[in-house]
Design a protein around this ligand. Structure first.
Ligand SMILES: [Zn+2]
Length: 229
């Protein structure tokens, strides 16, 4: 989860996964302390859950959309192609979507009434834009935020780890995630992400937790500037 404070709005990018028991039963073990629970994590940053104005779901996998309903006043931006695929995914993604085909009900259903479905790139507020970047899933969107240090792209699962962005094992471009639906689209999306952004915030890399907020010069120098110059 990332919280964007800008335009006098509180915007959440993704809402995280389930608690420990559910994850253990259907996915994998995890540790979630009290202060990591979504509502507590947001409160710790001075925002009450009812004051979250907007959620942007990068995609509807369980670990990114499980807690949408805990923010009752938020509109939820989701891509049209993502919603279509989440309802009828390919079998290798059934578990990730907790889909009905395997007898589950995705948690995002609870707050579907707040969905605002978009199709493609869209400026949400001045300086905050969703970029349609399919590959990991068919309706994936990244979130581009214009900061005083340049454009930060919240890449979520398109770039799971910072290493994905740097290690050129596949011919001079960042390395896609092993979880994908279309590698050709994925590479096109990587090129688009490179073109628009100065810095990437990955989806599953604890290195970002070394920093309280972004933009952050130390983060940029440590993980990006030496690679980009
Ligand atoms: Zn995912």
């Amino acid at each position: 989860m990332y919280l964007i404070k800008g335009n006098e709005k509180n915007i959440l990018v993704d809402t995280g996964g389930s608690g420990e028991e559910w994850a253990e039963e259907y996915h994998h073990g995890l540790i979630r302390e009290k202060d990591m629970e979504p509502v507590n994590a947001v409160k710790k940053l001075g925002v009450q859950p009812e004051d979250v104005d907007l959620i942007i779901n990068t995609h509807l996998h369980w670990d990114h959309s499980f807690n949408n309903h805990l923010f009752p006043n938020a509109k939820i931006i989701v891509q049209k192609k993502e919603l279509e695929f989440a309802i009828n995914p390919i079998p290798s993604h059934y578990v990730y979507y907790e889909s009905y085909q395997i007898g589950l009900t995705p948690n995002w259903i609870k707050s579907m009434v707040n969905f605002e479905v978009v199709d493609g790139d869209k400026e949400i507020y001045e300086g905050i834009k969703v970029l349609y970047t399919p590959g990991h899933t068919p309706g994936f969107q990244s979130v581009l935020v214009n900061t005083k240090e340049g454009n930060y792209l919240i890449a979520s699962d398109m770039v799971g780890l910072i290493e994905n962005w740097h290690e050129n094992t596949t011919g001079g471009v960042p390395t896609p995630s092993g979880i994908h639906v279309n590698l050709i689209e994925y590479y096109d999306s990587i090129n688009k992400m490179k073109e628009y952004s100065n810095y990437i915030l990955p989806g599953h890399d604890s290195k970002v937790l070394e920093y309280e907020s972004f933009p952050n010069k130390e983060f940029q120098e440590k993980y990006f500037d030496k690679y980009l110059k």
